[in-house]
Design a protein around this ligand. Structure first.
Ligand code: HAM
Length: 419
């Protein structure tokens, strides 16, 4: 045993988990404000859900095995096939368009590197049942809102929008057969960062027309123009750019696609998504159009750390009860009562001395220490504000049923210590 997790896996110690939670809060809040409802699926799925639908890159990265019932299964590398499976099974129960979000933990056997792990959390928002570009724009606006709640803006990130449908027509025009197009798109997906000579060789006769298409300021496709307008009306025009080099690695995309990148272009994509209009039908469901995105926690955390925007969402107890040994039982009763009344309360479960208990109260980050000492015999307690070291006296009363009331209540302790 090395004390280390497996390569590419992460331990989230409480301080790391508190920063992760701040991402989750922003993601949930942006989803809530934009009308998405939360769902969850299983971590383990039938292997074939991915082998047929996800595209070669993800298939090569699957964690898969035979379970004890001899089924070929895989840990989910992405959520989209699960979402499509679930919607296909029950879509009649839901009013269209369906707007769902989720924050799954996903598993891909990738080479661990900066911003790339073998597990990651991914915020997913998807809209099913709307074929118009307004749905793609809604997703782009939602992800921009999520990023802005974390402090990021159009100076930090850019949403690169493209149209895989446009590429399909372009390649058809160039005489590329349908079954060959996915391969060309895969080369295009890896264009960024690849040496020019290398991709020119890979693309062969297509290198020139594709190079020209990328260089020229071609008129936007109708879909891109509609997305541009709706995203602008929702207030995020300056976050977006058309960039036809974005085609996305996953096999199921059919139309508008987009990726979020840091403006400096130093990191991998923060998020990616697009329209996948045929996936539900392929999974045996109705022919429902769909579009969505996934935003990972890893690259985003890198970017937020770099910008010094990464916050911790800590939840220290408000009150730490400190007791003399003779008053321990009363202290437990008070703590229990306060908790039942909605306060976050902690205490030292050991038999530590008064000073040690106070030290622990500070280490835990509590605002108040509630001191249960000798004065308890006269129905009195002391409250101490740990940051200011100011203290004051309060009263307590015990009713016949054992309930304890404090006079004044916690909300007024600031006045008690100020007087
Ligand atoms: P994806 O581009 O494969 O799309 O992943 C989306 C984001 O997840 C990436 O931009 C990246 O931030 C993060 N990500 C992916 N793999 C890793 C990894 N190994 N380590 C850390 N972060 C990673 C999808 O997964 C689509 N299913 C998204 C989608 C939802 N499309 C429609 N709906």
């Amino acid at each position: 045993m090395t004390g280390q997790p497996l390569p590419g896996f992460r331990d989230f110690f409480p301080e790391d988990h508190s920063t992760l939670r701040s991402l989750f809060s922003a993601w949930r809040e942006a989803s809530r404000r934009s009308g998405f409802v939360e769902f969850e699926g299983p971590e383990l799925e039938a292997l074939e859900l991915y082998t047929e639908k996800s595209g070669e890159e993800i298939i090569g990265q699957l964690y898969h095995f035979k379970d004890k019932g001899d089924r070929e299964v895989a840990l989910r590398p992405e959520l989209t096939p699960t979402l499509a499976r679930m919607v296909a099974a029950r879509h009649r129960n839901y009013r269209k368009p369906i707007k769902w979000f989720s924050i799954p933990r996903l598993f891909r056997y990738e080479r661990p590197q900066r911003g790339r792990h073998r597990e990651h959390y991914q915020w997913n928002c998807d809209i099913v049942g709307e074929k118009g570009a307004a749905a793609d724009a809604e997703l782009i606006a939602t992800l921009c809102l999520g990023l802005s709640l974390l402090g990021l803006g159009p100076k930090d990130v850019v949403v690169k929008v493209s149209d895989r449908g446009w590429w399909d027509l372009f390649l058809a025009d160039q005489g590329v057969k349908e079954e060959k197009r996915a391969e060309v798109l895969r080369i295009l997906d890896k264009l960024e960062g690849a040496p020019t000579e290398e991709w020119k060789k890979k693309l062969g006769a297509l290198a020139e027309p594709i190079g020209n298409a990328l260089d020229s300021k071609i008129a936007l496709s109708e879909g891109l123009e509609q997305v541009r307008q709706a995203v602008g009306a929702l207030g995020y025009a300056d976050w977006c750019e058309v960039d036809l080099r974005i085609v996305r690695g996953l096999a199921y995309y059919t139309g508008i696609v987009f990726e979020v990148h840091d403006r400096a272009g130093k990191l991998r994509a923060v998020a990616g998504g697009g329209r996948y209009d045929h996936l539900l039908k392929k999974l045996g469901g109705e022919d429902l159009p769909a579009t969505g995105f996934g935003m990972g926690d890893a690259v985003l955390s890198e970017l937020l750390t770099e910008k010094k925007f990464l916050r911790a969402e800590s939840t220290p107890p408000a009150i730490f009860v400190v007791a003399e040994s003779a008053e321990r039982n009363l202290a437990l009763q008070i703590a229990g009562n306060l908790r039942r009344n909605g306060e976050a309360v902690d205490y030292d479960p050991g038999s530590g001395k008064w000073v040690k208990q106070l030290e622990l109260a500070e280490a835990r980050g509590a605002r108040w220490a509630l001191l249960v000492g000798r004065e308890a015999a006269q129905g009195k307690l002391l409250v101490k504000e740990l940051a200011t070291r100011k203290q004051g006296e309060i009263a307590f009363r015990k009713s016949a049923d054992g309930a304890i009331s404090l006079e004044p209540g916690v909300g007024d302790w600031a006045k008690v210590v100020a007087s």
